[in-house]
Write a protein that binds this ligand. Structure first.
Ligand code: NOJ
Ligand code: NOJ
Length: 595
């Protein structure tokens, strides 16, 4: 062999083993450069900086368009969790005062009575956000949001374990435990009532919130026990939550559903689910699918379907081949600030894969099931089975998945401005920064993705001791905020009734239960048994709630076009539920427009 041929053979071989060397190094370079910026910007956004009370995590310094100058329980908790993980992984003890200030001010926040409720029955802990001087936020909002206390509990447990180990037991018993106890009690008491999802839009139960609630109570129980406060109802409810969590898995469609409201699926493919999956990561739990571990077949199937939903969706994703990473938003058809890609959702997709690779390497094998095979087949045809780390298939897959994971970071890198500042979103058209500037959560997501890529994984939360639920969930989830739920009947007939079954009438409207104006989430009306041509649907709505609605028709054929009823004046129909009892709306006649 000629020298040149030998060299190129070596280059080829090393590319096979590590993916394209150029990509790998540019990904590392970007992360290495961005990581200190991220930490600094996070600290800049925590009080007393920005005039916020000490320990308050400000979502973003942006005070208008959008105004994010508040502290959200969710953003704050996830940010603190990332700082605690960094403290542990890097032994960066300079973070301790910030973390302890955060914990102390949470007790103040917990005691603020607010529009979600009060402290005495703990309902006020479901309030999503507060003013940065630690007072009540009194505006309209999607409330309550029940993920906050669960996420905060997890951040507190992580720090609590560290502090106990490092002889700071006094802080744990005097300052940390009182906050943690409120959060664990809140989750125990309220997890099975509906609330708004992490995107603050959908009222119901969400995979994200339910899985975070499970982790919080499961690890919360053992940590509380170590302090002599083990309350068996934490564990009992953790088991019930895990049982209910399984119902988000759709085994027909091979996806994890994001939200369930009134027994109805509202949005299936959602990046919030990926954020939930990485939050639940436990490097010692293998690829367990009951807890939806990042390398579980369910989580990989979700990854595959989610990423595909965004392929060719944004112009910045055009031209990527079918197994290359793309930019991800929250969910397709999102309209918030035009529904662009988000830094934190795109990075979450990378982090899930880094977590998966970590576990495959640790256990020395990977498994492909009929559920995950589409994910793996992206990288070349492979069969269902278990592949040991010595096999060439394993090596090929791990290398391809590493390159793929880096691709998500590379998208973020490509659309990070020169000063390294991360907003909430970047334009799907041209990648310029959009929405809230210096979003604390964007930076936290960068730090955790980098740590996962570097193999610096968070401490175990005990997920391997979780046993898969058997039989019926008990108690069944009670998905009502209030006991007064109103039955609302929608009735319609068609002015041009043609043949049987050629079209279907649906109702869609302004509130989540009516699909939030998304025609794909509209509710189908069924033929009334005794009245030919009259269709109806009865759904459950909260009392004293006003909504707008309209009827639509879809042809019963593939690629069905949607036709909106021609309602006089072009406006919407309106309804308001009573305080109690039920409501039957006036029978509507579906008029077709002449065009
Ligand atoms: C503000 C929330 O923060 C955001 O998530 C949501 O999409 C919009 N409100 C619209 O409801
Ligand atoms: C809107 C996001 O949807 C929500 O998840 C977040 O908590 C707030 N912005 C603040 O960052």
């Amino acid at each position: 062999m000629k020298a040149a041929a030998i060299v190129s053979a070596i280059v080829l071989l090393s590319q096979l083993v590590q993916g394209s060397p150029q990509t790998v190094s540019s990904t590392s370079k970007y992360l290495k450069n961005e990581d200190p910026i991220a930490v600094q910007r996070i600290l800049d956004n925590i009080g007393p900086n920005l005039g916020a009370k000490a320990g308050i995590v400000v979502a973003s310094p942006s005070t208008e368009d959008p105004n994010y100058f508040y502290t959200w329980t969710r953003d704050g908790a996830l940010t603190m969790k990332s700082l605690v993980e960094r403290l542990i992984a890097e032994n960066d003890v300079s973070l301790i005062p910030t973390i302890e200030n955060y914990i102390k001010v949470q007790l103040t926040l917990q005691h603020i009575d607010n529009l979600s409720g009060n402290f005495s029955d703990l309902s006020g802990l479901g309030e999503p956000k507060f003013m940065v001087n630690a007072t009540e936020f009194t505006g309209d909002w999607g409330r309550p949001q029940r993920d906050g206390p669960a996420l905060r509990a997890t951040a507190l447990v992580a720090y609590g374990k560290y502090a106990q180990k490092h002889n700071n037991k006094k802080f744990v018993t005097e300052s940390l435990w009182p906050v943690l106890k409120n959060d664990l009690d809140y989750v125990t008491k309220y997890w099975n009532l509906t609330g708004f999802d992490l995107w603050e839009e959908t009222s119901g139960s969400s995979f994200f919130t339910i899985s975070a609630s499970h982790r919080a109570l499961f690890e919360g129980f053992s940590f509380a026990s170590s302090l002599g406060h083990g309350n068996s109802s934490y564990l009992t409810q953790a088991k019930n939550i895990l049982c209910y969590l399984q119902s988000f898995w759709d085994s027909d469609a091979n996806v994890i559903n994001a939200d369930i409201a009134n027994g109805k699926l509202l949005r299936d493919l959602d990046s919030g689910t990926t954020v939930g999956i990485i939050h639940g990561f436990d490097s010692e739990a293998g690829c367990d699918s009951t807890t939806f571990q990042p390398c579980s077949d369910r989580a990989l199937a979700h990854h595959y379907a989610l990423v595909n939903s965004f392929r060719n969706y944004y112009p910045v994703n055009n031209g990527k081949s079918s197994n290359e990473a793309v930019a991800l938003g929250r969910y397709i058809h999102d309209v918030y600030y035009n529904g662009n890609p988000w830094y934190l959702t795109t990075l979450a997709a990378a982090e899930q894969l880094y977590d998966a690779i970590y576990v495959w390497k640790k256990q020395g094998r990977l498994e492909i099931t009929t559920i995950s095979e589409s994910f793996f087949n992206q990288f070349g045809s492979v069969s269902v089975g278990t592949y040991k780390s010595s096999s060439s298939t394993y090596k090929k897959i791990v290398s391809a998945v590493s390159t793929y994971a880096d691709g998500f970071v590379d998208m973020v890198a490509k659309y990070t401005p020169a000063d390294g500042r991360l907003h909430e979103q970047f334009s799907g058209w041209n990648g310029t920064s959009v929405s809230a500037k210096d979003l604390t959560w964007s930076y936290a997501s960068l730090m955790t993705a980098k740590a996962a890529r570097d193999g610096k994984v968070p401490d175990s939360w005990g997920a391997k001791k979780v046993s898969a639920p058997k039989g019926k969930c008990s108690p069944g989830p009670v998905h009502v905020v209030s006991n007064d739920i109103i039955s609302v009947k929608f009735v319609a007939t068609d002015s041009e009734l043609t043949g049987f079954g050629s079209t279907s009438i649906y109702v869609v409207g302004s509130i989540p239960e009516l699909g939030s104006w998304s025609t794909s989430a509209a509710i189908l009306l069924q033929g009334e048994p005794d009245t030919y041509g009259v269709y109806s649907a009865t759904i459950k709505l909260p009392p004293s709630t006003s909504f707008e609605y309209k009827y639509i028709e879809k042809l019963n054929c593939p690629q069905a076009a949607v036709e909106w009823e021609d309602y006089p004046g072009g406006g919407n129909r309106e309804g308001t539920t009573p305080k109690s009892g039920s409501l039957t709306l006036p029978t509507a006649t579906f008029e077709h427009s002449d065009s």
